[in-house]
Design a binder for this molecule. Structure first.
Ligand SMILES: NC(=O)c1ccc[n+]([C@@H]2O[C@H](COP(=O)([O-])OP(=O)(O)OC[C@H]3O[C@@H](n4cnc5c(N)ncnc54)[C@H](OP(=O)(O)O)[C@@H]3O)[C@@H](O)[C@H]2O)c1
Length: 297
């Protein structure tokens, strides 16, 4: 075991398959305590058992949560905080594509809820834990799909006309815009934020929903990179000293790349942040957690 993360605590969402499983493996191999979050207790626990065995690291644990539910984001955050008061790495990776408009238990459009609101809320709820680490990092799995996205402040959940691609590309642009704004709010603190595009990866992504997705899966098997290759830039961002001064950056293949201009638009980023705060129902104390991290710097 490469031991450079021994003593560090990492939370990885969507660690039960694909890119997330390899992100969790990479961090566990380096000795981190890994809290793996996803739904499906059977599959999640099986993956964690396999990760423990293959990495020789017993400190990999499974925490079940359906992150499309705000209540479950809150309960898993409470569980994490109770188990690990200090968090060194938060990898917001869980995500999905919904070909048809689906709503969550909160009545929100599922892509927006799972891919954007969940990491937004989880990061806030873990802000104090992150602030207790000497140099915490928040890493988000975004996508090149962000280039096709548009942040629709007037209709973020595509109530007027749903299109799976519009919803997905917006959510991935939201991941990049969130990273940029988070880094700005955390400027001067020891916590950094990064987003990355993993490439086109042959994972469980989009499995079985429509003919289009099945064709994509076939293409993936023929042309895509492996989940391990897809996770490489994420592990690099979580661990490398080379990116220490690059908070707010968007990366692909270990290189900083220019995101879509909308992700860098400060006015839009702030308005989108406020809308997200309202939609997740942040309490004044929860909002203050991030501000306290800023003030403590
Ligand atoms: N594959 C690609 O080519 C590609 C390209 C660019 C970006 N990405 C991004 O990479 C990330 C990971 O995708 P992947 O390709 O590795 O897909 P994947 O194999 O389908 O993995 C998705 C992970 O998210 C979890 N998840 C899904 N819905 C969830 C929910 N409601 N609550 C909690 N966890 C949930 C899944 O676990 P459970 O189902 O067990 O809950 C699984 O662990 C996504 O954010 C995706 O947008 C993928």
């Amino acid at each position: 075991m490469n031991e450079d993360l021994v003593g560090k605590v990492a939370v990885v969402t969507g660690a039960s398959s694909g890119i997330g499983r390899e992100l969790a493996r990479g961090l566990a191999e380096r000795g981190a305590t890994v809290l793996a979050v996803s739904r499906g207790s059977g599959s999640g626990q099986r993956v964690v058992d396999e990760l423990r065995l293959s990495t020789g690291n017993e400190r990999v644990r499974f925490l079940p949560a359906d992150l499309s539910s705000l209540a479950e984001v809150r309960s898993v955050a409470a569980l994490i905080t109770a188990e690990e008061p200090r968090i060194d790495l938060l990898v917001n990776n869980a995500g999905a594509y919904f070909a048809r408009r689906t709503t969550t238990v909160d009545g929100y459009e599922a892509t927006f809820a799972l891919n954007h609101l969940a990491p937004f809320l989880l990061t806030h709820l873990l802000a104090e834990g992150l602030a207790r680490a000497p140099q915490a990092r928040v890493v988000g799995t975004a996508s090149a799909a962000s280039r096709a996205g548009r942040l629709r402040l007037d209709d973020p959940m595509l109530e007027r006309r749903y299109d799976g691609w519009a919803a997905y590309s917006q959510s991935k642009l939201a991941n990049v815009a969130f990273t940029v704004e988070l880094a700005r709010r955390l400027e001067g603190t020891p916590t950094s934020a990064y987003a990355f595009h993993p490439g086109f990866v042959d994972s469980g992504f989009g499995a079985g929903s429509t003919v289009m997705n099945r064709l994509l899966r076939l293409a993936a098997r023929l042309f895509a990179r492996t989940p391990e290759q897809g996770a490489d830039t994420g592990i690099y961002l979580a661990t490398s000293a080379e990116v220490a001064g690059a908070s707010g950056g968007y990366f692909a293949d270990r290189k900083r790349i220019q995101p879509k201009a909308a992700a860098l638009d400060r006015g839009l980023g702030e308005r989108f942040w406020r809308l997200s705060e309202e939609l997740v129902g942040l309490t004044p104390q929860e909002r203050a957690a991030l501000q306290r991290a800023q003030r403590a710097a």
